[in-house]
Design a binder for this molecule. Sequence first.
Ligand code: PM9
Length: 477
Amino acid sequence: MNENMKEREFQIIPPPYRIKVVELLSSEQIDIADNRERREKAIKQAGYNTFLLKENQVYIDFLTDSGTNAMSDNQWAGMMLGDEAYAGSKNFYHLEKAMRDVYGYRYLVPTHQGRAAEHMMSELLIQPGDFVPNNMYFTTRRVHQELAGATWVDVSIDEAHEPETWHPFKGNVDITKLDALIREVGAGKIPYMSLEANVNMAGGQPFSMENLRALKALCDRHRIPIMLDGTRLVENAYCIQQREDGYQNRSVRQIAREICSCTGGVTVSGKKDTLVNIGGFLACNDKKLFLEARAMVVVYEGLHTYGGMSGRDMEAMARGIYEMVQDRHVAARVNQVEYLGHQLIQAGVPVVVPIGGHAVFLDASRFLPHIPQEQYPAQALSAALYVESGIRGMERGLVSSGRDPITGQERKPKLELVRLAIPRRGYTHTDMDFVAQAIVRLYRARDKISGLQMGYEPKRLRFFQARFKPVGAKLMG
Ligand code: PM9
């Protein structure tokens, strides 16, 4: 399987839509694309943090695939049918039906976005002193686990931390590591196994059904529920269809449903898979958890039939849920990401392999071997890419990893990456060609890039707002 993936000839899968409305770029955005001096000034003003750039300073925006999806005509039509009643909006019931049809959980609690659902799940299930095993980490999910008093434990397979290893399922849980944790702390101290689909921080890497079944067997033995982060469920399901024996003839929808059926509940940021710009939810089968979450959502988000979303947002999400599981949609979406990744691999640019479901990840450790991790090579690379081309990506390395809440020490991850996340249905293959060319150019000039030092550092989720300064006189000499 590993060798097959590596040697496979790349073939384009065209998307199942035509473009009938486009978002025009402003004259400032066009100008920024042609004017390096303006880009140098802009990134300096932004403290070398791409999160602090203004959108009109960005030409191609691969900061995130979160909330940046292009909605379909069907979804926009649904927006006109928004029922904005405070209580009992009909769009809530459409969303509930879509969630039950596709994900298959019994109960739904809507939220304004994914982290609100993560907050509720953590607060309701975790007791101070607990341990929560995760297949790697996601920034918002981990911060809520830790704020609720748990210790985050990484039980991902070792290969997840190796950017050069061609493993088809780097999102897998290492069952031996989890078993050892259960023996060490006792199942009573593990409120749930936190399982992320298409693991974001590992490079958009899926788990296999075989691994999930083994995980479920172990968790069932110890009565530990599996709680899914289903934010990018369908991208994981597609990789199973393409890579796992016995799944070639199953639809993405069937595989997604099978994944959910192995778990007790899910948190979802609707801003990714479900093809909308805002929204999220918690869904589960356990009535007690549902009733507690429903009582909690009214404190933080809004009534339980809208949870921070408007009626029209819920309608767009309900329709997006049916669109997201169409095989051709997922195939073309993942294929577009692979199209960019394939060009970079061909050119010898170091990237995480296999190419992820939602993003291409540049391996900053190999791209900039002259910059030590203490000087934030991935942060420097994301800033340099912007200076080179007006393309915005995001650091996913030491800055994102942050500090240990107990010791206050920086948590040094093995992966020091720049993520180029591709919005769904928003960009063309010409954009991918342009991005590939810019990165290859930057790779040739990589010796000129210098490291960064931290200026301003927020306490939590520091990557969003931190500010930096070049270690030398300039970011690019
Ligand atoms: N993910 C992303 O760009 C946006 C915020 S962090 C830069 O990848 C997972 C796997 C996510 C995620 C957000 C959330 C939180 C939970 N799980 O942003 O609160 O990738 O809707 O979702 C981002 P919300």
